[in-house]
Ligand binder design. Structure first.
Ligand code: ADP
Ligand code: MG
Length: 246
C-alpha cells in the first residue's frame, strides 16, 4: 500500500542525460509537472531545451535517466516507448498542418473514436480555439494564427496526458502572439493537460509558466515561480538573461 497523498505527477523526469559526439548536451536533468500545470523550460539557444523535449516525446533516445508519464515508465531501465505510445501531444513552430486535409480532418487525425464521437470532439475543440465554422476550410485559407490554433486543437484531440511545445509561437507576428498565447493557456487549463513549454524568450515564460525551469549548458540552474525567478535570480547570468524584460 502506498502512503503518498500528493497528486501523482503527470510527467516525471529523473536524471535525464544525453551527449552528442562526446559533448554533454543534457546533463542529469530532473523535473516534475502536475496535471493542469505549465512549466516553461527557458534558456538561451543551444542550451539543450529541444533535445530534452525530444527525449520526453520519444523521438530522441536518452543515454541515461528515466521518464514517467502518468506513473508509467516510458523511457529508462531498458524500455523505450515510441511517441505514439506515450500519450503526448506535440506542437512545434514548424509542425505543419496537413495541407490536403480540411481543418476538421486535421483535428480528427489522431482520433480513433467512432464517427459521431469524433465529430463531437472536433466541434468541441474548434469551439474552444474560437474557430467554430472553420471545419470545412483548408489550411491555406487560414492566417498563421488560425493555423496555429488548429494545430493546438489537433494536438489536444486525443486528450494527451502531457503536452510538449517547442517554441510554438515564434513563427507568429508580434501583433498576434499575445492573443494566441492567452487562448492556448485557456484551452490547456480547461483540458487539464500538463504542459512543458520550451522557449528562449523570458517574457513568454513569465507570461505563461506556473513554474519556470531555467536551463543553461544542459542543466536546470533554477526552478521557481515566475515571480521568484525574475525577482531572485540565482546568479548574475540569470539576472542578465532577464534584464531585457520590461
Ligand atoms: P536548444 O533547443 O536549447 O536551442 P538543442 O537541444 O537544439 O538546444 O541543442 C543543444 C546542443 O546539442 C546544440 O549544441 C546542438 O548543436 C546539439 N545537437 C542537438 N541535436 C544534435 C544532433 N542530433 N547531433 C549533434 N548535435 C546535436
Ligand atoms: Mg530548440
Amino acid at each position: 500500500m502506498t502512503q503518498s497523498s500528493a497528486p501523482a505527477a503527470r510527467l516525471e523526469v529523473r536524471h535525464l542525460t544525453r551527449a552528442f559526439g562526446g559533448k554533454p548536451v543534457v546533463a542529469d536533468l530532473s523535473l516534475t509537472i502536475a496535471a493542469g500545470q505549465v512549466t516553461c523550460l527557458l534558456g538561451p539557444s543551444g542550451c539543450g531545451k529541444s533535445t530534452t523535449l525530444r527525449m520526453i516525446a520519444g523521438v530522441e533516445r536518452p543515454d541515461a535517466g528515466r521518464i514517467e508519464i502518468d506513473g508509467r515508465l516510458v523511457s529508462g531501465e531498458g524500455s523505450f516507448l515510441p511517441p505514439e505510445a506515450r500519450s503526448v501531444g506535440l506542437m512545434f513552430q514548424d509542425f505543419a498542418l496537413f495541407p490536403h486535409l480540411t481543418v476538421a480532418q486535421n483535428v480528427a487525425f489522431g482520433l480513433r473514436d467512432g464517427r459521431e464521437a469524433k465529430a463531437r470532439r472536433v466541434d468541441e475543440l474548434l469551439e474552444r480555439v474560437n474557430l467554430r465554422g472553420y471545419g470545412a476550410k483548408h489550411p491555406h485559407e487560414l492566417s498563421g494564427g488560425e493555423q496555429q490554433r488548429v494545430a493546438l486543437a489537433r494536438a489536444l484531440a486525443p486528450r494527451p496526458r502531457v503536452m510538449l511545445m517547442d517554441e510554438p509561437f515564434s513563427g507568429l507576428d508580434n501583433r498576434l502572439r499575445d492573443g494566441i498565447r492567452d487562448t492556448t493557456l485557456e484551452v490547456l487549463k480547461e483540458e487539464g493537460t500538463a504542459v512543458l513549454l520550451v522557449t528562449h524568450e523570458p517574457d513568454e515564460a513569465l507570461r505563461m509558466g506556473d513554474e519556470i525551469a531555467l536551463m543553461r549548458d544542459g542543466r536546470i540552474v533554477q526552478r521557481g515561480s515566475p515571480y521568484n525567478v525574475y525577482n531572485a535570480p540565482v546568479d548574475r547570468a540569470a539576472a542578465a538573461f532577464f534584464s531585457d524584460v520590461n
